[in-house]
Ligand binder design. Sequence first.
Ligand SMILES: O=C(O)CCC(=O)C(=O)O
Length: 300
Amino acid sequence: MNKLRHEFEENGFVIVDILAENEILEFRKVMDTMLSESKKTDDTKSHKSSLQHLGDEISDFGSENRQYYFHLLTKSGTEQIHHAFLNEKVMHVVEQLIGQNLIINNASILASNPGVSYNLGWHRDIIQIPENEICDRLFSKERFHNSVQINLPLVQEDSLEVVPRSHNRPNTPEENIAFRGSKHYAPTDAQMPGAKKVSLKAGQAVFYNNNIIHRGFCEDSSLPRRTLHMGYHSANTPPTWHFYLLNAELLTPTYLDSLSPSMRKMMRNYLKCREQFPEMKETWKENFPADLVAPLDYQA
Ligand SMILES: O=C(O)CCC(=O)C(=O)O
């Protein structure tokens, strides 16, 4: 097993240097055309969290005192930054962690302007699973979790917090106390034992098994948050529920035609995989296959 994968499997996350200084600057330039730091709001209300699983509109950025979460691949007008989600270094690391033939399942930006506080609440990324269907089997050491989530900031940050090694074991009794009966989000004032801030320099990425207990948290930072947030699975084995995060209905032939050839290929692979595994609600069932019955005709 390679060293990175060993560390990823042990701790549930690894940090890797990805972007050179000139690449950071180029991405910042593109992002600054989409998200303005100068947009000030009179809003002083504290907002619990952004519409994480629905996604915000880029044109709304900065109008409320909160962090924004933009889903990109299914939104025209964001093509100028799509190449970030085909970054060779990122994809090479993910291949080392879970295998080849990557399919993208999340291509987003996490963004807030200076002065904004946010607290997403501690969770594992199992929000799609009804609470009464969440069971310890999903977090066992034997189960291969075919999903890697990545935060790649263009400005240094320590907004992501994790409980190292919690990705492949059930909650401890102390963690259950912190979750106060919820299997989705803990209350935002919860104290999570063993929590660790993930400090990232601009251009450094954290790759994490998103079964890990984690949250996004920031108190009144003097810096903006400008973080590329993405996820992949390997078509070598069946996907997890994260695969369904992209709204496939928006991937119309006209939209696909508007993409660069490499992004179009990525999205076609996505759609093929969707045909192969049409039902998200099967993915957490005990009888969901661990090996592909018929391998996907993946286009590299
Ligand atoms: O970095 C963050 O803000 C946390 C993101 C997160 O919790 C998630 O995408 O599930």
